[in-house]
Design a protein around this ligand. Sequence first.
Ligand SMILES: NC(=O)c1ccc[n+]([C@@H]2O[C@H](COP(=O)([O-])OP(=O)(O)OC[C@H]3O[C@@H](n4cnc5c(N)ncnc54)[C@H](O)[C@@H]3O)[C@@H](O)[C@H]2O)c1
Length: 258
Amino acid sequence: MGMNRLDGRKALVTGAASGIGRATAERLSAEGAFVFCVDIQAEAAEETANQINGRGGKAFSTSLDVADRNACVAAVGAARDALGGLDLLANVAGILRPGHTHEQDPDIFDLTIAINLTGTFNMCRATLPHFLENDAKPDGGCTIVNIASAAALQGVPYNAAYGASKAGVLGLSKALASEYARQKIRVNAICPGGVSTPMTAAGFPVDNIDPALFARIAPQMPTIGQPEEIAALVAYISSPEARFMTGSGITIDGGQLA
Ligand SMILES: NC(=O)c1ccc[n+]([C@@H]2O[C@H](COP(=O)([O-])OP(=O)(O)OC[C@H]3O[C@@H](n4cnc5c(N)ncnc54)[C@H](O)[C@@H]3O)[C@@H](O)[C@H]2O)c1
């Protein structure tokens, strides 16, 4: 890649075992960051860290359920200790459990909110005190990038819980951006459309769906996004080049919302 925009940055990435999170950990490292990888899939998160270390980067990993508030505080502390500080957070962990809303077990709604929205909040809340006490903030400030979704901005059928959680992530990101801008902490959200990852490879395991409802959420481009393309946007937003960007929700969706 040949870019050193994140030289010496101390980054924490959730969901780093797979898909967009793994690509993000790898991209941040490729641009010079030290990376602490967390995921509920401990072994796969360790594999991400091992791959980064094998290529000459510096990475650590630990297992974390982002829905567990106390565990988030502990993991953020461990990341700060391992990296010698903390100035970049990427919240990528998430789940997608589609279904007909009137038939789906409401526990799935609660779980989706607990991981996608409250989990993102837990990580932001645990990290902000470290950012605030960081007197050596990097050029462009300390940064949080939260992965929301195009589903935050457009109704996606059979995804009420997911859409609600991701709209919440967008609102949370904007609130934090306005609250901490003066302390040189930037907070942004990315709203991807369809991206090729294990999450989407699972297909759409819902019976009796109306295919016509999907036409309006199709990308205009005859393609699907790649995790590396989302990771590249995370790296840009986290870098000094994006020092004027905070409180944004950036779509990257092949024209889905065009
Ligand atoms: N793939 C897409 O089309 C798409 C589109 C828009 C937004 N997103 C969002 O991007 C993010 C990454 O998704 P992906 O496509 O890479 O999927 P993925 O399933 O490959 O990765 C999600 C990761 O989150 C981890 N995770 C799940 N629950 C967790 C928990 N409680 N604590 C910690 N880690 C947990 C999983 O173990 C997994 O490694 C998600 O937030 C997803 O909602 C994905």
